[in-house]
Design a protein around this ligand. Structure first.
Ligand code: KIV
Length: 312
């Protein structure tokens, strides 16, 4: 909450707090506050956002982390999967989201190909999200094989969030979007992955599409907060895709998706009603039109009358 004008009048910060209007004063979320929330057993909330308007709404609803996920490939750009989205497209959307976010921690997904070629290029690309788009952390998919790279990026003062389990950028290697970590060797690998990324210093760890029992074990094992999506209720926080919770994805939802609203129905109704109003000339009404000032209307009448008289 801004208290600048009162403070410049000499009052101490404590004096001004009681003058705060309605609503809790909100704190800026940081990487440090995520750790604190885990320690305090306070659930962490995260949603994706891809544009200014939704970013504002999500931020004002007090969500802790806003993720510009590469899921925007499908939700916003209509690609079949996340593999095609480019770094320029991700930067463009991250900039728009930045303008709408005040308090949430802003995390941007590094798209497929932007960190796979070599560490120098990966650091350069990660820095673009911070410098050019205002992200406060980046997200990278993959387990222990990414640990060294993550260290390199953190060394460049860029917080990194990890993402293991069902990692959509590996869709071709996984042979589809399948729940991961169902066999004992797979569970062991996931535990190795989680511990390696925790030691590398990730700011938080996204766990996607894994059995809740495995997610619970990882959450208990690592110091970094875990944020689950299709990973059960025992994670330190939960993330969902904005378009999923609002029925904007044009397909049957995954098992873990809970729909909190039907924006598709709302939009369709509004658009159909607008169309019907235009076609039937009910829109716009006189009240929705601009009018000439009285004097101009009078003067115009005189001019038109003169022209009519000349024609007679
Ligand atoms: O791209 C995305 O939206 C994500 C989250 C679902 C974790 O990676």
């Amino acid at each position: 909450m801004r208290t600048g004008s009162i403070r410049s009048g000499g009052g101490a910060l404590e004096d001004t707090m009681s003058l705060t209007p309605i609503g809790e004063p909100r704190q800026k979320l940081t990487v440090a506050s995520l750790r604190e929330k885990k320690l305090q057993h306070e659930p962490i909330t995260c949603l994706t956002a891809y544009d200014f308007a939704t970013a504002r709404l999500v931020d004002e609803a007090a969500i802790d982390i806003i993720l510009v996920g590469d899921s925007l490939a499908q939700t916003m750009l209509g690609y079949e999967n996340t593999l095609s989205v480019t770094i320029e497209e991700m930067l463009h959307h991250t900039r728009a989201v930045r303008r709408g976010v005040k308090n949430a921690l802003l995390v941007a997904d590094m798209p497929y190909g932007s960190y796979h070629v070599g560490p120098d290029e990966a650091v350069r690309n990660a820095a673009r999200f911070i410098k050019e788009a205002g992200a406060e952390a980046v997200k990278i998919e993959g387990g222990e094989k990414r640990a060294d790279l993550i260290r390199r990026i953190i060394d460049a003062e860029i917080p990194v969030t990890g993402h293991i389990g069902l990692t959509p950028q590996s869709v071709n290697v996984m042979g589809g979007y399948k729940v991961q970590g169902k066999s004992l060797p797979a569970i062991e690998q996931l535990m190795h992955d989680a511990v390696a990324l925790d030691r590398a210093g990730v700011a938080c760890l996204y766990l996607e599409g894994i059995p809740r029992e495995v997610a619970a074990m990882i959450t208990a094992e690592v110091e970094t907060p875990t944020i689950g999506i299709g990973a059960g209720p025992d994670c330190d926080g939960q993330v969902l895709v904005f378009h999923d919770i609002l029925n904007l994805t044009f397909g049957p939802p995954a098992k873990f998706v809970r729909r909190y609203g039907d924006a598709a129905a709302l939009i369709t109704h509004a658009v159909q009603t607008f169309r019907a109003d235009v076609v039937s000339r009910r829109y716009p009404s006189d009240g929705e039109s601009y009018h000439l000032p009285k004097e101009t209307r009078g003067a115009l009448e005189t001019v038109l009358e003169r022209k009519r008289a000349m024609r007679r």
